[in-house]
Design a protein around this ligand. Structure first.
Ligand SMILES: [Zn+2]
Length: 91
């Protein structure tokens, strides 16, 4: 567990990140799962996570591509998961 804090990855956002962003994918043909840090936006603040979800386009099905405004900019299949960064985020 690290106490280091991360900034939100959204361009120009001064906030501390509240979440680590992962992408979860399930391949229904192979039964394979992927859950990896989103390299295109690994950390995000609460405000941008909410906006990211409200403006996402597509079904949150783990083998569909969901178009998020801030995360998964590589447009890989799967949906975003947000893991709370408790030690780094003090309201
Ligand atoms: Zn932000």
């Amino acid at each position: 567990m690290t106490l280091e804090s991360h900034r939100c990855c959204v361009h120009g956002c001064p906030n501390l990140a509240a979440y680590e962003v992962h992408r979860y994918q399930f391949d229904p043909l192979e039964g394979a799962t992927v859950q990896l840090t989103d390299d295109s936006c690994p950390f995000i603040c609460v405000e941008h996570a909410i906006d990211n979800e409200l403006r996402a386009v597509g079904d949150r099905v783990p083998w569909h591509v969901v178009e998020y405004p801030y995360t998964n900019l590589e447009r890989l299949p799967g949906f975003a998961l947000y893991t709370q960064l408790e030690p780094a985020y003090v309201a």
